[in-house]
Design a binder for this molecule. Structure first.
Ligand code: ATP
Length: 350
């Protein structure tokens, strides 16, 4: 029987509720499609940091390397400095495992209304490809004399030819499999060094894919167009920070941040890829069985797709759509269904 070894990292907050819910659904779909998942669970994150002074143990990466993929919830607690989860966990894993593609689909589920009142499922269906290893988030800057009148601070962005080319090729290949339309989201009219370089290299890569319609658009215009004309978009290729911001906007136009799934992908499969919802650990609703599990379930479907179990992945998506077509709604979507009830309904739909 096909067997996949998956590390489940619960993280913090609602991670403890939505990751187990996702594991149950994944076990259900695996049984239906004749494969099995061997899980190992890890309670790493900000809670672990409070006890041990680290987000994951010293040999954490070595442990994770042995798995086929990582199924992750979210990290962060109000009691822990909010600059640490990204630096010491999420970005740490993403960069060490060369997960240079952050794959973030935006799609309207059956039965759900977008806050964009005239837009339907054909209008809202695109994928954000966020560069995930460099750009604005490399954290190489520093503060000098912050408490003095002479105080100053610098953050530098790093963009490399290799880093841009590899994510661009991934995005154009994806566009070839979709509606053959790629928008490069940039701000090279003001960031005249880094993003002009980004545009130049993406333009060069675009020349290898003449069947894909290639457009460059500034991020300010894209923000407006996500709201006014989401139907313009098919594959949206952008930088680390711009992608971070735009994907929350993408989550919002789907109806809730709780719906968005994502993959941190190492396309070469040299390292395991990591799948997580786009939202954070939502400490405000943690422990109440109220979190929407759909973003976590969608992340599970993306993981199966990455592992080559496309039929099983499609089944999860169909089951989610069957549930969203019905009456069950968690609080973020205006209802009062529980996390468990929604996940159970997806399992039954399967
Ligand atoms: P991060 O910076 O790690 O993305 P954050 O602090 O910006 O996290 P979230 O933890 O994503 O934010 O929470 C933002 C808001 O969205 C909160 O009010 C939270 O309750 C809500 N939210 C996030 N995820 C879900 C979910 N799965 N179901 C319901 N509500 C959610």
């Amino acid at each position: 029987m096909r067997t996949y070894k998956i590390a489940a990292i619960f993280g913090d907050g609602i991670g403890h509720e939505i990751v187990p819910a996702g594991m149950e659904v994944l076990n259900g779909v695996a049984a239906k499609h004749n494969f099995q998942i061997e899980w190992e669970s890890y309670h790493w994150g900000a809670g672990y940091y409070e006890q041990h002074g680290v987000f994951l143990p010293e040999d954490g990466l070595e442990i994770l390397r042995r798995f086929d993929a990582i199924y992750f919830g979210a990290v962060g607690l109000p009691s822990v400095d909010d600059t640490l989860p990204f630096k010491l966990f999420t970005n740490f894993v993403r960069t060490h495992f060369e997960q240079y593609v952050n794959y973030r689909p935006v799609k309207l589920f059956d039965g759900l209304q977008s806050p964009l009142r005239n837009k339907n499922q054909t209008d809202i269906d695109f994928v954000i490809i966020r560069e995930n290893n460099e750009g604005e988030f490399v954290q190489t800057g520093r503060q000098l004399y912050p408490g003095f009148t002479e105080g100053l601070a610098i953050d530098t962005s790093i963009f490399t030819r290799k880093g841009i080319e590899r994510v661009a090729h991934y995005a154009f290949k994806l566009a070839q499999k979709r509606r053959k339309n790629l928008v490069n989201v940039t701000k090279s009219n003001t960031l005249i060094n880094t993003l002009a370089f980004w545009d130049k290299i993406i333009g060069e890569v675009a020349a290898h894919y003449p069947d894909v319609k290639y457009t460059k658009m500034y991020v300010d215009a894209v923000s407006a167009n996500f709201v006014l004309h989401p139907e313009y978009f098919d594959v949206v290729l952008t930088t680390n920070m711009i992608g971070d911001i735009l994907s929350d906007l993408g989550g919002a136009i789907m109806g809730s941040l709780g719906l968005g799934g994502s993959g941190n992908i190492n396309p070469e499969k040299t390292f395991p890829s990591m799948f997580e919802p786009i939202h954070g650990s939502a400490p405000d609703i943690a422990g109440q069985n109220r979190a929407n599990p759909i973003g976590q379930l969608w992340s599970g479907a993306l993981m199966l797709e990455h592992l080559g179990e496309e039929n099983a992945a499609n089944d999860i998506m169909k089951a989610i759509n069957m549930v969203t077509s019905g009456p069950l709604r968690t609080a973020d979507l205006g209802g009062n269904s529980s996390t468990r009830a929604v996940a159970q309904a997806v399992l039954e739909a399967l």
